[in-house]
Every structure is written in structure tokens, then in C-alpha cells.
Design a protein around this ligand. Structure first.
Ligand SMILES: CC(=O)N[C@@H]([C@@H](O)[C@H](O)[C@H](O)CO)[C@@H](O)CC(=O)C(=O)O
Length: 348
């Protein structure tokens, strides 16, 4: 547990990965290795599989597991892997937690409050989270706080205090909200905090300095920009950091252009060079006219140039080059082995 706990504590830029799909909405497993390599090339230090960007709650457990396994294989120990196990059904959630707890390569498990019925009591929710947390069998657990989706009204600082007391493997939370006061109270709890909204990057860097950690949808396509905002704050250039934060906020407003966030964000990945396909049903894909609006918006100009140029890009050449490098290495080793065997045969 200590090992994986440290991996979670150290990961600061974590991408909540999309679940890539083909045109028929089946999972597109073949793109996952390239996707993970691309994320690593942008400075991402971890991934969250099956979060809201990954649409885990809308997937059956079997698919959640197979997608998690594919990302774990692609990550190959190079980055931290957190898997979201939160769901609406108690038994399904616990069974997913149990499976993930014995899956090699899972560094942490994220749990959310069940949605749809916002009527259960605070203690009912706490019970649910503690049971699920225990089913993780000692694997580090993070809580996913996202009040605008769950519609649950409770004091998250109180919840954290209770989880700290009752769950030995609780390490922190993903704070997907923008109340700065609550965030600062959470910081005092000395737990791992991942900020979930990109608009909190600047405040996060100003509050936690080099400890600020993010899991935001756009980490998938503008991680470079977020790293830059944090670095500017660390260098003492908060003024410039503020300008770049505004560009990031404007980019997000334009990208989301009156449409469903999920389909809009996955469509941005087309401009990165890694198409993620349509979202899972019942989420709908963008219409052609929405796609045109997004393209037009991305070509507008921010403080340093076109918004489209803020996006991280997938470099297919690097990928091809590394495949060639591997072939070259295998070829060289095979040749050396052949020479060695030949020399031995000739000298005997
Ligand atoms: C619904 C959603 O995707 N929310 C994003 C936000 O970062 C979101 O992309 C952003 O606030 C949009 O501006 C993250 O909280 C997602 C996330 O971390 C996850 O997939 O679990």
C-alpha cells in the first residue's frame, strides 16, 4: 500500500482519460497505447480511468474493468493509475472495488457518492463510501467530490474528517468545485487534493505552490498550458499566469459552446490528432454544425495567438520513430547474437 500511496501523492498532473470509441460506439482499444504515450509526452504523471470524462458510470462493470486493464497495460508502470469505481448500485460498486483491489497496476481507487436520488442521509452516504472503501482491501482510496453533478448538499470538510477516521486507506479527494474557501479548509486537512476544474489552476498554484495537483477534463488536451500556469506562479510571475488562466477559461467556454460537455471535449481530441469517437449512449455526438462552430471558435485569437495553438498535439512521427528504434534495437541484438554463436562454432 505504501508504494501505491506514494505514487498517488506524487502525481500532480493527472488526465481523466476518455474511453475511446469507434463509429459504432464499441471501445477502440487499439488507440489506447498511443493515447497514453501522447499524455506522457505532454507531462501527464497519472491517469484516472472511468471518471466522468471516461463515462464510467454509464458502462457495465465488465467494460469498466477491460478498459482499466487496457490503460494499465499501456501505462506499463510509467505513470500512476487511478480507477474510478463509483456507481449507483451498492453491490456493483463493491464488486468493482474488490476486482480492482486485486488488479495489478491499479495504484488507487476513486469513489463517488451515488447519484440520481439525492435523498439519502449523510450517514447513509458515509456508510456506502466506507463499505466500498473497505472492499478496496487496503488499496488507496480517493473521494470524488462533484456537487454540481450529485446535487448533494453536505460539508465536504466534515466528510473528509469522517473518512480519515473510518477508512485507513483514505488518501484524499478530487475537489470538482470552485469554492475557494472550502478548498483552503481542505488544504488544512493535510490530504491529497486534486482540483477538478481547470479554472482553479491559478488559485491552486497560489495556494499550494508546487504541491498543486489537477485532474481536469482539459488535462487531456491542454496539459502544457496548465503546467505553464503553475510554473509561472512558482517563478513569481502571477501576472502572466493570470493572463494564461484567462486564455484557458476562454478556450473552455468556447469549446463547450452550448453543447454537451462530454461530446464537446472528446471532439477536441480530433484537433489533437487522436480521435476519441462518439460518447457512450445516451450521450449524443456533436452535430456537424456544432463541430463547425467549435472549429471557428478554436481559430479565434487569445492573448498569445490562436486558441487552437494552445492544444497539445499527438506526434505520430515520434511514435513511428520509437517503433523503428525498437525494430533497430531488436535487429542489432539478433545480429550480435548471430555473430557470437558463429564465432563460438568456428572456434570449436
Ligand atoms: C464532467 C467533467 O468532465 N468534468 C471535468 C472538468 O474538469 C471539466 O472538464 C471542466 O470543468 C470543463 O470546463 C473533470 O472534473 C472530469 C474528471 O476529472 C473526471 O473525468 O473524473
Amino acid at each position: 500500500m505504501e508504494d501505491t500511496r506514494n505514487k498517488i501523492l506524487l502525481a500532480r498532473y493527472v488526465a481523466p482519460v476518455f474511453t475511446p470509441r469507434d463509429e459504432t460506439r464499441n471501445v477502440n482499444y487499439s488507440i489506447i497505447p498511443k493515447y497514453v504515450n501522447y499524455l506522457i509526452s505532454t507531462g501527464v504523471q497519472g491517469i484516472l480511468v472511468g471518471g466522468s470524462a471516461g463515462q464510467g458510470i454509464l458502462q457495465p462493470n465488465s467494460e469498466r474493468l477491460s478498459v482499466a486493464r487496457a490503460f494499465i497495460a499501456a501505462a506499463d508502470g510509467r505513470i500512476t493509475v487511478i480507477v474510478h469505481a463509483g456507481g449507483v448500485n451498492y453491490e456493483d460498486t463493491l464488486s468493482l472495488c474488490r476486482e480492482l483491489s486485486v488488479t495489478e497496476g491499479v495504484d488507487g481507487i476513486m469513489l463517488s457518492s451515488p447519484m440520481f436520488y439525492p435523498y439519502y442521509t449523510y450517514s447513509g452516504m458515509l456508510e456506502f463510501l466506507c463499505d466500498a472503501g473497505k472492499a478496496c482491501n487496503g488499496k488507496p482510496v480517493l473521494y470524488y467530490h462533484f456537487p454540481s453533478l450529485t446535487r448533494l448538499q453536505y460539508d465536504v470538510v466534515d466528510l473528509v474528517k469522517s473518512l480519515k477516521k473510518r477508512l485507513r486507506n483514505f488518501v484524499g479527494l478530487k475537489y470538482t468545485a470552485n469554492d475557494e474557501e472550502i478548498y483552503k479548509r481542505l488544504v488544512k486537512q493535510k490530504i491529497k487534493i486534486f482540483l477538478g476544474f481547470p479554472s482553479m489552476t491559478l488559485v491552486g498554484a497560489q495556494t499550494q505552490g508546487g504541491q498543486v495537483s489537477l485532474i481536469t477534463g482539459p488535462t487531456n488536451f491542454v496539459n502544457g498550458v496548465m503546467v505553464r500556469i503553475v510554473d509561472l506562479v512558482l517563478e513569481g510571475n502571477s501576472r502572466k499566469a493570470k493572463t494564461i488562466q484567462k486564455d484557458l477559461d476562454d478556450l473552455m467556454t468556447m469549446v463547450v459552446v452550448e453543447q454537451e460537455l462530454m461530446s464537446a471535449m472528446t471532439h477536441v481530441m480530433d484537433f489533437v490528432g487522436l480521435p476519441m469517437g462518439p460518447p457512450v449512449k445516451p450521450l449524443s455526438d456533436l452535430t456537424e454544425s456544432q463541430k463547425r462552430i467549435m472549429k471557428g471558435n478554436l481559430n479565434k485569437v487569445g492573448s498569445e495567438g490562436k486558441y487552437i495553438d494552445m492544444l497539445d498535439r499527438y506526434d505520430a512521427h515520434t511514435e513511428t520513430a520509437s517503433i523503428y528504434t525498437s525494430y533497430l534495437l531488436i535487429g542489432t541484438l539478433a545480429y550480435l547474437f548471430y555473430k557470437l554463436v558463429n564465432t563460438k562454432v568456428n572456434s570449436s
